[in-house]
Design a protein around this ligand. Structure first.
Ligand code: NAI
Ligand code: MG
Length: 332
């Protein structure tokens, strides 16, 4: 099969290379089509997201992506926001599950964060009103709100999950989350066999800290989803282990929740598991369910054996030692 590969910046090339090795070890022959994005692309093409990259993803439908660095401040729109909007990858899906062998305050966490990926406070609509006053627009459209909630319910139905919790702040943002909540309730009516729950986002934070095992599928606006994803990653072992997918009607881009981690880039300390598991999600998406499951089993076995683990997991290994062990386990 063919798939696009974006190496990314910082630890990106280190962890995507690891993922390609593990996929190959699982016996899937992937012809990876390299596409530029991020700081290197900005230098070579004058654009951190060249059109060519979007075209390649449109052609091959799926991509594995390393994290990219977005310079803070004027002049650059986030590559990720452009990618998600440009390909209409409207749903971000982040499965958050406890992993045996990773010490955390909770066991048996098994939830999915579904995040609206194209609008909300990350729509990119910001402007200066007068010097010293800026506005960020929090865009909510009925079409996008209904689409993401329906996606969450379909995911729940397909995976036999029982509860969809819609997270909002409708009491304060009466219009934007008011509309979102109205859409969520309407869509929920179409799924009588999945329980629907609605909760204020601050309350969700409290309950996630107190007992994350209470949650099943969570669906929310873009920025809330960004924050909750990182929070949930912290519940199960950190950014190094949580995979993700950005899914649209036609294309899908798979990537970890974490960023380019410039603080550890080049030191061999990067944990490749999040991107390895994102690659497994890609395989699952294209119907290679057995290979995907094989990779997940290899991750579980590696963590349980505690061999080669990187410092974020309490080990003294490196990206290379952990990848070697994953490759060994997946090929067993
Ligand atoms: P970050 O996720 O890169 O790093 C946060 C902390 O987690 C750092 O201490 C880092 O060392 C650690 N960490 C992250 N991934 C790790 C891994 N695989 N193994 C071990 N430790 C890991 O977030 P930060 O520092 O806020 O952002 C850095 C850059 O990444 C920024 O330019 C940001 O815009 C970009 N970013 C890109 C994303 C993407 O392309 N999807 C997502 C998030 C941030
Ligand atoms: Mg984030």
């Amino acid at each position: 099969m063919q798939a696009v590969l974006i190496d990314g910046d910082g630890i990106g090339p280190e962890v995507t290379a690891a993922a390609c090795r593990v996929v190959a070890a699982a016996g899937v022959k992937v012809d990876w089509i390299r596409a530029p994005a991020g700081a290197a692309a900005a230098a070579d093409y004058g654009d951190p997201l060249p059109d060519e990259t979007l075209e390649l993803i449109r052609r091959y439908r799926v991509a594995l992506k390393g994290p990219v660095t977005t310079p803070v401040g004027r002049g650059f729109r986030s590559v990720n926001v452009r990618l998600r909007q440009g390909l209409d990858l409207f749903a971000s899906v982040r499965p958050v599950t406890s992993l045996a062998g990773v010490t955390t305050p909770y066991e048996n966490v098994d939830l999915v964060v579904v995040r609206e990926n194209t609008e909300g406070l990350y729509a990119g609509l910001e402007h200066e009103v007068v010097p010293g006053v800026v506005e960020s627009v929090r865009l909510v459209t009925r079409a996008a709100a209904e689409r993401i909630v329906r996606f969450a319910f379909e995911l729940a139905r397909a995976r036999g999950r029982r509860v969809v919790t819609f997270c909002h702040k409708a009491d304060v943002m009466r219009l934007s989350d008011g509309l979102f909540l109205e859409c969520a309730r309407a869509v929920a009516d179409d799924y009588p066999f999945v329980l629907f729950d609605e909760k204020a986002i601050d309350n969700v934070c409290l309950e996630l800290a107190a007992d994350p095992t209470r949650f099943d599928v969570l669906v929310m606006e873009n920025q809330f989803g960004d924050l909750i994803s990182d929070l949930c990653a912290g519940l199960v072992g950190g950014l190094g282990v949580v995979p993700g997918a950005n899914i649209g009607g036609r294309n899908a881009v798979f990537e970890a929740v974490h960023g380019s981690a410039p603080d550890i880039a080049g030191t061999g300390r990067a944990n490749p598991i999040a991107v390895v598991r994102s690659a497994a999600m890609l395989l699952d998406h294209v119907g290679r369910h057995e290979a995907a499951a094989q990779i997940e089993r290899a991750v579980a076995a590696t963590l349980q054996a505690g061999v080669g683990l990187t410092p974020d997991l309490g080990g003294s290994g490196t990206t290379a030692t952990l990848t070697d062990e994953l490759v060994r386990q997946v090929a067993r």
